[in-house]
Design a protein around this ligand. Sequence first.
Ligand code: PPE
Length: 308
Amino acid sequence: MALKKMESIWFNGRLVPWDEANIHVLSHVVHYGSSFFEGIRCYETSQGTAIFRLTPHMRRLYDSARIYRTEIPYSLETLVAAVKATVRANGLRSGYIRPVVYRGYGEIGVNPMPNPVEVAIATIEWGKYLGVEAMEQGVDVCVSSWNRFAPNTIPALAKAGGNYLNSQLVKLEALANGYAEGIALDTNGNVSEGSGENLFLVRDGVVYTPPVGASILNGITRDTVITLLGELGVTVREQIIPREMLYLADELFFTGTAAEVTPVRSVDRITVGAGRRGPLTGDVQAAFFAVVQGEREDRYGWLEYVER
Ligand code: PPE
């Protein structure tokens, strides 16, 4: 998404002007990918701006850092408040929030420990991840020739900057071949996820999605959609999905903070269902947007309001 400058960025404990949130080129993160980040959306509701599942997102940021023995020098409560302060300072009504923790400037060399752990929180205007049309028409995707990283190589449950080299390969290949997105298999050859989205498949009214052991990011939108499908009375199976099930699906859709709920209309040029958003995908999308926009009861405390 093209960046439009906003007023402030929260940078190591205080709000600074957008153009002053800079780092040195010899920062550890630039050379070794040592960052952890989140992507969070906020939506305008009748009760003001609500940040969708802010606390679970921030908790995952601490989880990501912990896997890499990285201590964030602020409490969870401090960073939750800092996110709200940033949204407020930028007058953001709806948009995208990007908190990032990284190893800064200190020494060169793989060991991250000698370098400071720094934190920034920016807000970004971000429209529809795969295009406005995609939300109704669906997107054309391919199965990538690149796999997700194997277990015991790079931990998929950490949302670390370095992981996104793999995502970039998946995305670049997909775009080069005329697809909107790529689906990566895990190293066993089973379905994992998109470059920046989790994946759901519908067949005969049952919904399937790969388990956390299939090298996926444990998506918060994924969790949200599993809950919403439960409310719709639909069975969801978190299970290993062989590649060919993609070609037999009645419906397929991606989930993610940026992608929200995006239908997939073909895989490897094989049409999915009727070649447009399927009925269950439509229901899930409607339920999702009703929840995030505060148009229905917030049963689970998912909306964290920004007081102005
Ligand atoms: N898998 C991957 C690899 C991923 O990057 C995301 C989010 C998800 C699944 C969905 O997770 P969640 O947002 O918790 O439902 N990707 C973020 C970054 C996208 C980007 O292009 O940057 C996002 O959606 O914010």
